[in-house]
Design a protein around this ligand. Structure first.
Ligand code: CP
Ligand code: NVA
Length: 312
């Protein structure tokens, strides 16, 4: 055994990590979505408490409303305790290595939910901690969001297989990436409308396979779609590019004119937070608020299913 391998901590008990849609199997995602439906129905009178006796940590280096609140509530409702650690609360913020942080925390807590910049940091934490580790958003992916989005779509419209999803806006962001990796696995068509500068890297679609197209023509992308989806133009960490992004992405907005091009009963979804007048206009967001806020609520139910799966 190499010295480096010795430092990697073997899993402490039966456990799974949720690191990215790219590496998650369809079987696992289907199980999580099926369990979500049950968990949502049983809210308030769960018979099992899979996290009883456990303490989980939320380690966040970026802002959050939905993800933080839904994980904190979800862990408690599953019988666990939870601590929130902002990056600057712990030595990680002063330069302690991820692998050292992971080896300490892995000996004290039972699971970690991490929101940060580099995907490799979440993967390294999982490797060295030996405890279930959940990606709560990195620059590469936002897997919990996409599972909640697909759950919401299927709750309202049935199977997403064979449907057409139109992603409008910053096609090179984490949420778009997770949609790309979900498309082939779930068997839906994904069309992305973005200006050249914010189109996904070509190798991602190749890696993902499936039916994915990218165009600068927003109308072509929206035409006949079953779902119009958007995310912020300025993702966390990209604030320095705000001016340039707003200039280039103006026009890539979900509004009434675009909704008219989609299927008559098309859903409009947004991962939130929303910036009205940018990626979506106020009237369209309000017209589809029932779906959009149920999508936000579903983060709680899906993540409870993810947590239960992770310790099973
Ligand atoms: N959609 C989402 O992840 O929201 P937060 O950034 O508020 O957690
Ligand atoms: N792409 C956005 C998602 C926010 C939930 C970001 O990374 O800021």
């Amino acid at each position: 055994m190499k010295l480096a391998d010795k430092a990697v901590r073997a899993p402490r008990y039966c456990m799974k990590n949720l690191l990215k849609i790219e590496t998650l199997s369809l079987a696992d995602m289907k199980k999580i979505l099926a369990d979500t439906a049950k968990i949502k129905k049983e809210r308030g009178h769960h018979k099992t408490q899979p996290l009883a006796g456990q303490t989980w940590a939320l380690m966040f280096s970026k802002h959050s409303t939905r993800t933080r609140v839904s994980f904190e509530v979800g862990i408690r409702e599953l019988g666990g305790r939870v601590m929130f650690l902002g990056a600057n609360d712990i030595q990680l913020g002063r330069g302690e290595l991820i692998k050292d942080t992971a080896r300490v925390m892995g000996r004290m807590i039972h699971g970690a939910v991490i929101r940060t910049f580099a995907q490799s940091d979440v993967e390294e934490f999982a490797k060295y901690s030996g405890i279930p580790t959940i990606n709560a958003l990195t620059d590469d992916e936002h897997p919990c969001q996409i599972l909640a989005d697909i759950f919401t779509f299927q709750e309202k419209r049935g199977s997403i297989a064979g449907k057409t999803v139109a992603f409008i806006g910053d096609g090179a962001c984490n949420v778009a990436n997770s949609w790309i990796f979900a498309a082939a696995k779930f068997g839906f068509e994904l069309r992305i409308a973005s200006p050249k500068k914010f189109q996904p890297q070509a190798n991602l679609s190749k890696r993902a396979g499936g039916k994915i197209s990218v165009s600068a023509d927003i109308k072509v992308v929206a035409k006949g779609a079953d779902l119009l989806y958007t995310d912020v133009w300025i993702s966390m960490g990209k604030e320095a590019e705000a001016k340039e992004r707003i200039k280039i992405l103006t026009g890539y907005q979900i509004n009434a004119a675009l909704v008219k091009l989609a299927k008559k009963d098309a859903l409009v979804m947004h991962c939130l937070p929303a910036y009205r007048g940018k990626e979506i206009d106020d009237a369209t967001l309000e017209a589809h608020a029932d779906t959009i806020f149920e999508e936000a609520e579903n983060r709680l139910h899906v993540q409870k299913a993810i947590l239960s799966w992770a310790v099973s």
